[in-house]
Design a protein around this ligand. Structure first.
Ligand SMILES: CSC[C@@H](O)[C@@H](O)C(=O)COP(=O)(O)O
Length: 347
């Protein structure tokens, strides 16, 4: 096991989430039995990362069901519908959130009492969490051979254990390679403005004993030229049926630079990150977050008072730039339209 704490824990009718806003300075859990508090954590990015917000969303619905006061099943199902919609739309880009909420909501449909619905929802939420951990471990095992002793690997954002139930997606091959005794170096792009790379990826890789350095996002070009990078690997928030990859801002420039410099560019994601109903970039909602997250660093404003920032929180990498997609069901290579359908499922 890694020297890393679990991102989300269900304990005695309460959810515990690592407050990722406090890292790397403080490791502290938010603990609550209130589903709306979990929604707030997702919106405010105290918990973030596609699979992690999926699990948090499923637990939010379980908290709602757990504290539901009343035994009228029909009324419960109506309220469940409303709550599920609020939870599922807390953030728009990562498909894992709506996917997980849909799963827990659907299992309740077979219940014959509120009590049974409560149990089914919680069992399903725990199953989603377990499956995510297992999928990531599998991704790690499949991806580990891509890393050779002495390599330099580059990543963006945090697609690590913190962003999932455990192991991470992009980080899972790194953790398995480390387990096998390989020695390599990771460059974590800092990922303005939330700094997931600098604060979170650097924290968890260093905790796991992996050699990690941080670089500013705008240094991708010179890094690709000078740093002998062997592999680029990122996570994904949504992958379409033909292989477009929505992921954290900076992923597309990294993929472009990787192509220019012949660096293999892999995406690592569990099957829950695929949206087979989506095809092109027009089918993906890209979250636009507050200008304040860009124009302030901590409490200090860095632009003139009258100038706002434009802040898309994700970008979309076209399939032509993706060398392969690591999933728990196997590595998917081009042609993506055919192979995503074959490996992940039918459209
Ligand atoms: C395994 S997580 C993959 C992605 O979710 C990750 O790289 C990312 O883009 C997270 O965005 P965030 O805005 O921090 O939730």
């Amino acid at each position: 096991m890694l020297n890393l704490p679990k991102t989300i824990v269900w304990e005695n009718g309460r959810v515990k989430l690592i407050n990722q806003k406090l890292l790397p300075h403080k490791l502290e859990y938010i603990e609550t039995d209130n589903w709306e508090r979990v929604v707030k954590s997702i919106k405010d990015m105290e918990i973030r990362g596609a699979p992690a917000i999926g699990v948090a969303g499923a637990f939010a619905v379980a908290l709602f069901a757990n504290k539901y006061d009343g035994e009228n099943l029909e009324k419960f199902m109506q309220d469940l519908e409303k709550v599920s919609r609020i939870v599922a739309t807390a953030r728009p880009t990562a498909v894992n959130l709506s996917w997980a909420v849909e799963r827990v909501k659907n299992v309740a449909k077979t219940a014959t009492s509120v009590e049974e619905a409560r149990r089914l929802i919680l069992d399903e939420a725990l199953k989603i969490q377990r499956e995510d951990e297992e999928a990531n471990r599998k991704i790690g095992e499949l991806g580990e051979p891509l890393i050779e002793d002495g390599d330099t690997v580059i990543t963006v954002c945090n697609a690590g254990s913190l962003a999932t139930s455990y192991w991470g997606t992009a980080t899972a091959p790194l953790y398995v390679a480390k387990e096998k005794g390989k020695s390599f170096r990771v460059i974590a792009l800092e990922t303005r403005p939330y700094l997931q790379g600098a604060r979170l990826t650097a924290w968890e890789l260093s905790m796991a004993g992996i050699d990690v350095v941080v670089a500013t996002d705008n240094s991708i070009g010179i890094l690709a030229m000078k740093e002998k990078i062997n592999l680029a690997i990122t996570g994904a928030d949504r992958i379409t049926s033909i292989g477009y990859v929505a992921n954290k801002l900076g992923t597309y420039p990294l993929a472009l630079m990787s192509r220019v410099h012949n660096i293999p560019f892999y995406v690592a994601a569990p099957s829950s990150s695929f949206d087979l109903k989506a095809r092109g970039p027009e089918d993906i909602e890209i979250e636009i977050r507050s200008s304040d997250e860009v124009v302030y660093i901590g409490n200090m404003r860095i632009t003139p008072e009258n100038v706002k920032a434009i802040y898309y929180a994700f970008d979309i990498t076209p399939p032509q730039l993706v060398t392969g997609i690591l999933t728990e069901k196997g590595i998917i290579y081009p042609p993506y339209e055919k192979n995503i359908k074959r490996i992940i499922g039918k459209n």
